[in-house]
Ligand binder design. Structure first.
Ligand SMILES: NC(=O)c1ccc[n+]([C@@H]2O[C@H](COP(=O)([O-])OP(=O)(O)OC[C@H]3O[C@@H](n4cnc5c(N)ncnc54)[C@H](O)[C@@H]3O)[C@@H](O)[C@H]2O)c1
Length: 247
């Protein structure tokens, strides 16, 4: 049984994890969340500063990118392997993650689902095979999502980009033709959509569309629990889905 500290414990993802963690032989020793609601038999503290000594062997964070520094400070101070699942990190955040990974194992993925990992691999291959095609990425999420574009869309952009690619986030007030090196990244927000991503390759007289549709958040929760068990057994360093899933 792996004991974890769950950050963002009272959010949508935190609650799904609380429901399925036992399937992975994972137990939540304690939670941290500003909402501070105890709902599933483990204590929840409003900040890391208030957490007592505990049995956690890994920290799983599904709170907010803005909480990263508190998450890393606690994980480094307690030498806890960490799974970073929040999205919307800045360049400065990414360098803080690199620094922390010198002392603790850090797993980071903007999308913990196996299907999206496969979409990324297929998109990378399609970009190689369909050279010269215009690439456009469209993502759709529920109306409560804070960051745009989604972390997954950014990850897909990184998978298909080439050395001279330029991301274009929407084309409001643009009055010029699409440039050859553009990759459009477009965000739709509405209703309760869990997460949809499409990578389109548009060539002369033909289009190839690769897409993934998440129907339930539980896919991310299962991936995060696999990541927690994976990262708990690693040496310090940065890890991602490529390291965990060998297809
Ligand atoms: N990597 C993935 O596969 C994946 C999948 C789904 C969501 N996400 C990301 O995970 C994050 C959480 O998603 P969600 O839908 O559960 O959001 P949510 O808003 O429902 O939950 C976030 C929780 O974090 C808490 N929180 C916010 N700031 C905090 C702080 N400073 N300290 C402690 N707790 C704090 C909130 O009170 C809330 O309960 C988002 O960044 C989202 O984009 C990642």
């Amino acid at each position: 049984m792996l004991n974890i500290l769950l950050s963002g414990a009272c959010g949508r993802m935190g609650r799904v994890i609380a429901g399925i963690c036992k399937d992975h032989d994972v137990q939540i020793a304690l939670g941290v969340d500003v909402k501070n609601e105890e709902y599933a038999g483990f204590p929840v503290y409003p900040s890391f500063d208030l957490c007592p000594e505990n049995q956690a062997q890994a920290l799983v964070d599904f709170s907010r990118a803005e909480n990263l520094h508190a998450v890393l400070a606690y994980a480094v101070a307690h030498r806890l392997p960490v799974v970073l699942a929040a999205t919307g990190y800045t360049e400065e955040d990414l360098s803080a993650i690199r620094k922390a990974a010198e002392v603790i194992p850090v797993f980071r993925s903007a999308n913990m689902s196996l299907g999206v990992h496969v979409l990324k691999l297929l998109s990378r291959r399609a970009a190689e095979l369909l050279s010269g095609f215009d690439i456009e990425i469209v993502e759709k999420h529920h109306n409560q999502k804070l960051d745009a574009p989604s972390g997954t869309a950014v990850m897909l952009y990184d998978a298909v980009k080439s050395a001279d690619s330029e991301p274009v986030y929407g084309r409001h007030e643009r009055t010029e033709r699409r440039q050859k090196n553009e990759i459009g990244v477009l965000s739709v927000r509405g209703g309760t959509v869990t997460g949809e991503h499409e990578v389109g390759f548009y060539g002369p007289s033909e289009t190839v569309l690769l897409s993934h549709s998440a129907q339930d958040r539980v896919i991310f929760a299962h991936g995060a629990m696999r990541a927690a068990k994976f990262i708990a057994a690693q040496a310090p360093g940065e890890y991602n889905m490529d390291d965990m899933i060998h297809l």
